[in-house]
Design a protein around this ligand. Sequence first.
Ligand code: HGY
Ligand code: MN
Ligand code: MN
Length: 417
Amino acid sequence: MELPSGPSVTINGSRLLARITELAQIGAIEGTQGCSRLAFTDSDREGRDLVVTWMRDLGLTVSIDVVGNVVASTNSDGAAGAVMAGSHIDTVGTGGRYDGNLGVLAGLEVIEATLAAGITLNRPLAVAFFSNEEGSRYPPDMMGSLAYVGGMSVEAVLEVEGADGTVVGDELDRIGYRGAAPCPGVVPHAFVELHIEQGPVLDNEGIQIGVVEGVQGISWTELRFVGQSNHAGTTPMNLRRDPMAVAAEVAVAARAIATDMGGTQVATVGSLTLHPNLVNVVPAHATMTVDLRNTDEDSLQRAEHQLTDRVQKISGLEGITVESRSLARFEPVEFDERVANCIEALAQHKGLSTRRMPSGAGHDAQMMARICPTGMIFVPSVDGISHNPAEHTDDKDLVAGAQLLADTMLALTEVTW
Ligand code: HGY
Ligand code: MN
Ligand code: MN
């Protein structure tokens, strides 16, 4: 693709790195470089307040919508028709400092550098952070951006109950981020998300930039196995209805489904709770989650069907009843080829090594792709580690990614679809 022409700006890398460090102090996990800012907790509120302050200090028009999505625009009329960057600033409970935060703070840096350089553009610039991208406290993941694009009603969002028994609407009120702006939100001209890869590919291959072609399908299921609580010492093995025994077999089965299918199929049992969870009591019930993903929709459905069959068989043998609830289900998404080409051409013009790749993780961009031309830029994760306080990306890669985001955003202000 020929190189997009138009204005360019040089970002201030040290200002970006300083902001990443400052934001990471909120919810910092002692002794690590990670942080914990679960959606709608006090630490999430503190992080939101800091970033909104930075947005307002730049004189941006900041809009907070009814589910807490925050969009800041250089246009006083808002972000309609803007070239928008964005991601999330909530984290998993044992998160790193770059997941999501990089895309938001890099977008802010692009805007600050552009304003400081006095560059006039054909279109406004905007940067957003979406509510509850992680989904680990309140499923589904990408909840805020899903509502932003009209994929989940505001009512449905506000009534979601978390594993801790709290409800989204109450928590939004409690932290003061149930805004007035309507949801679905305004449609941007284009959306670009800079994100760490969170996997090992770029780091293993020594490649600087991932040109992301799409996001794999995601299927989250909560399984609740109900058995019979009993005495651990007096209950003969043949008289038990042990939900933990079933959960254990289902976890092994889920893993076997993924390894037998191969390809991009993955399966994760990330949470398991027992009741009453006591050393000398056969549990009454066991609740677990299964996260299945695949870049191919038919294969993902095959994995889901295999899991359902195994769950029925294993539970039946133990006389256990099963309650199954879908927590999230998103089909694979393809990003706009024109945006990917633009990212790739600009990266290669800067002498950066690139490779095209899918995203294993879910992202807000997969929702924004429903309403406007969307693309993603990956930078390497050292040893592919993420959703772990040890998550790390080298400063030079963070700055190179943010500069490429700037080049891409400004180029897209010149493009008509
Ligand atoms: O689950 C995901 O892939 C994302 O981190 N929310
Ligand atoms: Mn993320
Ligand atoms: Mn994440």
